[in-house]
Design a protein around this ligand. Structure first.
Ligand code: OXD
Ligand code: MN
Length: 567
């Protein structure tokens, strides 16, 4: 497939590394298209809450049939159709699921072979039973009169449509070759369709990384963590700890499928087999483990490339040896200081997980890994502390529902817009987001077997606090985040006292190795801030969930409002 793509001019070899390639897309096809991503259900209320539309897009089955008829018939004429049977999750796991993708893109075939387990042997029994997700993908064909686009990257941006039919366990994606729209095992299946399966079958399909943390005494714990796109999930999942004696191992960097086992323990698998990570910002200092992972067998998309056959992006493009020249993702000569970046801000690496030097020994364990803590987080420049623990499961679900994060494309110091992103799932809900909250609440309230371990503890973190006076980062982040993970592990162990605040449990001063002013900066507790935050949350719930907001979440908000009033 790779040689074929090379011969077609669709992939450029990167001879500086081993079996690495560069794809450059049509500049109109560079990201997920949320506005063209729809859930097709008979009743609108099964897809989105009646109150608002920010939590997804609904399409009626009749409109979908008409849209599909306008797009699919004949759209692959003259191309090769590939049939990809694939498995999401470690084969043999009770949690893994089968898919079958049809596609007319060789790039998609090559990428799906990295991101999923492709092969009929993995899924023959499920295929024979008809128990698989039906994934149709077509690059599309512009209509007469539309701009023709690039021969090496066909697509139809004017008519792109990513449709999900959850009741039929079916996806139909037309018009885009870009990862999130075309590698249907990932967001379409493993999040949107799988979240419907999970709702029906009593488990969870979430936009979460999974990592292992081992303390200096050798005690190992696993955490799952939800962050919106581009908040450093891959960096956290591959962290190099800055505390001696601690180690981190990676189970997954984007998606977790989790289920309570017969003993009442929450277990997680990573349904994927590779990383589809954002390249810009990844560097030897921010993520040396990712840098080692992408030295071989990797397909890069929309990065720049260097005259010595390497890939580059910000900041690597600014640190090249003298004499090295750069070609940008648009195929133009590029030099440091140019106003346009050498790589598209959403450029990616697609690399096999097996190449990651810190994959956890149990990352493919069919039983999954036991989850002790679930962490929510966002990019919050002020007001929200570095870490706090929720009081209990319902309070933690409320904290997940209240997640907000600064839009990452916003310029520094312009007060980037804060977007609500409950559970980091806003673009990925497969069904009505209000019912997703009820599902989480119900799972926590289920009777637990005798002798079951306690429910996982729920936390919120914020690596992105800024010093109000200087505007600089208040927390070093990256490897230093281990200090926060260590606190979380000690809390789980029951060995760590904490301070109850109106927001949740805060670390005691000194518990993270910082005291005095530094501690106060990292753990702000401002009545005025939380009054604004709760007012905004009330507006958000009303406009997006209305009367469908679960009572327990409304009660949690009232509880927080009352505690803030009493501050
Ligand atoms: C991703 C995303 O590509 O969340 O993982 O957008
Ligand atoms: Mn993601």
């Amino acid at each position: 497939m790779l040689a074929l793509l090379r011969d077609q001019g669709a992939l450029l070899p990167l001879p500086k590394y081993d079996n690495c390639w560069l794809a450059r897309t049509d500049p109109r096809d560079v990201a997920r298209v949320e506005s063209r991503t729809v859930l097709v259900t008979e009743r609108r209320g099964d897809a989105v809450p009646a109150a608002g539309s920010a939590m997804g897009n609904w399409m009626s089955p009749q409109d979908f049939e008409a849209a599909a008829q306008e797009r699919f018939p004949g759209c692959m004429e003259g191309r090769t159709l590939y049939v990809l049977p694939f498995c999401m999750g470690p084969p043999g796991s009770a949690l893994c699921r089968a898919g079958l993708q049809l596609t007319d893109s060789a790039y998609v075939v090559a990428s799906m072979r990295i991101m999923t387990r492709v092969g009929a042997d993995y899924v023959s029994a499920a295929l024979a039973r008809g128990d698989f997700v039906r994934c149709l993908h077509a690059l599309g064909r512009p209509r007469d009169g539309d701009p023709p686009g690039m021969a090496s990257w066909p697509c139809d941006p004017a008519r792109t449509l990513i449709a999900h039919l959850p009741s039929q366990r079916r996806v139909a994606s037309y018009g885009s070759g870009y990862g999130g729209n075309s590698l249907l095992g990932k967001k379409c299946f493993a999040l949107r369709i799988a979240s419907c399966m999970a709702r029906d079958e009593g488990w969870l399909a979430e936009h979460m990384l999974i990592l292992g943390v081992r303390d200096p005494q050798g005690v190992k714990r696993y955490l799952a963590a939800a962050f919106p796109s581009a908040c450093g999930k891959t960096n956290l999942a591959m962290m190099t700890p800055a505390l001696p004696g601690w180690s981190v191992t990676c189970v997954g960097d984007d998606i977790a499928w989790m289920r309570f086992d017969d003993d009442g323990r929450l277990r997680a698998i990573n349904p994927e087999r590779g990383f589809f990570g954002v390249a810009p910002g990844t560097s030897p200092s921010t993520n040396p483990v990712a840098m080692a992972t992408i030295r071989r067998d990797t397909i890069f998309t929309n990065v720049g490339h260097t005259s010595d056959g390497g890939a580059c992006w910000d900041p690597i493009d600014r640190q090249l040896p003298p004499g090295t020249t750069v070609t940008s993702w648009l195929g133009r000569p590029w030099a440091p200081g140019d106003p346009e970046p050498s790589a598209h801000p959403n450029s990616r690496f697609c690399a096999p997980a097996a190449n990651c030097p810190i994959m956890d020994p149990a990352w493919e364990d069919p039983a999954g890994v036991p989850i002790d803590a679930i962490v929510f987080g966002g990019r919050r420049p002020s007001g929200v502390p570095l870490v706090f623990e929720a009081f209990d499961w319902p309070h933690g679900v409320f904290v997940g529902s209240a997640m907000r994060s600064e839009a990452t494309a916003a310029a520094e110091h312009t007060g980037g817009r804060l977007l609500h992103d409950p559970f980091a799932m806003r673009p990925f809900f497969g069904y009505n987001a209000a019912r997703h909250l009820s599902h989480w609440l119900a799972l926590g309230a289920r009777p637990r077997p005798a002798g079951a371990p306690p429910l996982p503890r729920l936390f919120h973190v914020n690596w992105f606090l800024r010093d109000d006076a200087t505007g600089s980062a208040a927390w070093p982040g990256f490897g230093h985040n281990i200090r926060v993970l260590a606190w979380i592990c000690r809390r789980v162990q029951g060995a760590e006292p904490a301070r109850a605040t109106p927001i949740g449990w805060f670390p005691l001063e000194g518990a993270l190795g910082v005291g005095g002013d530094e501690h106060r900066k990292l753990f702000p507790l401002s009545k005025a801030f939380w009054e604004r935050e709760t007012r905004e949350l009330r507006r958000f719930y009303l406009e997006n969930y209305g009367a469908e907001l679960p009572n327990q979440i409304a009660e949690q908000l009232e509880g927080l409002e009352g505690r803030v009033r009493a501050m």
